[in-house]
Ligand binder design. Sequence first.
Ligand code: ZN
Length: 303
Amino acid sequence: MSAVALHPTRCPICQTEGNAAQLYPANFDPRAFNPAVFSARRLPDRLHYRLVRCATCELVRSDPVAEAGALARLYAQSSFDYGEEVRHIRRTYGRYLARLKGPRGALLEVGCGNGFLLEEALDQGWDQVWGVEPSQAAVAQAAPRVQGRIRCDVLRPGLFAPASFDAICMFQVFDHLPDPGSLLPECLGLLRPGGRLLLLNHNVAAWSARLLGERSPIVDIEHTCLYSPATLGRLVARRGFRVEGAGAVLNDYSLHYLARLLPLPGGIKGCLLALLQGSALGRFCLRVPLGNLWLVARRPEEG
Ligand SMILES: [Zn+2]
């Protein structure tokens, strides 16, 4: 695998370059880039870019990062590995989707994987669902009722007609975007006036992230930025959205999946996972605040 060139990033909120304090130095070799590293729900391997916190707006971001084109190619080839956990993920995301106010007309999910949440949205009474997903492997696994509704692509201008959606959602996607600030105007334009944006992603202000610091699984090479409810609210407000609410997410997880996230030495973790794999104990489901946040913002009616 050839080395990937890194380039400096700009704070997507206040647009400054530099102007930030280093939190952690990078801990990888640029030759380590390959599709497996950019696959959903892979075993955390603690690889990360240099992380900094903006001195003006406190947003945590990776700096420098690989160029967007290289990332797009990696995500296009990435594998898809939700496994048994998809049941719990669907239940968690579905709870936050169900709380969205407004008409259940047309919904777009950006980074929809195999479209399991699009199915959930149909079950919740949405008339029309659309998804965008760069991973060919994920789209190939979509159920027949949503397969034709997923564009194998990244969200870009011209993919959908302006003002055609009542809601746009992104689950565990927003912190992966190479240029989050520029995707928001695209989302704003795709929403009808009053339409809602629902984001669910990691929360850098959560107790787990603060406690684990650099050892937290969210400090990861896949994450361009790490948000708190405050910094994510600032970013979407800066791009013309009106924030309706934000807070901590309660996740449904199996004990087996929680064990995967534990910061344990490889050998001990391997034994624990083998013990829980396929057992009734491993399938036991818990609802815990595991370091994610939700945010709902609206396109202003006059906007
Ligand atoms: Zn900033």
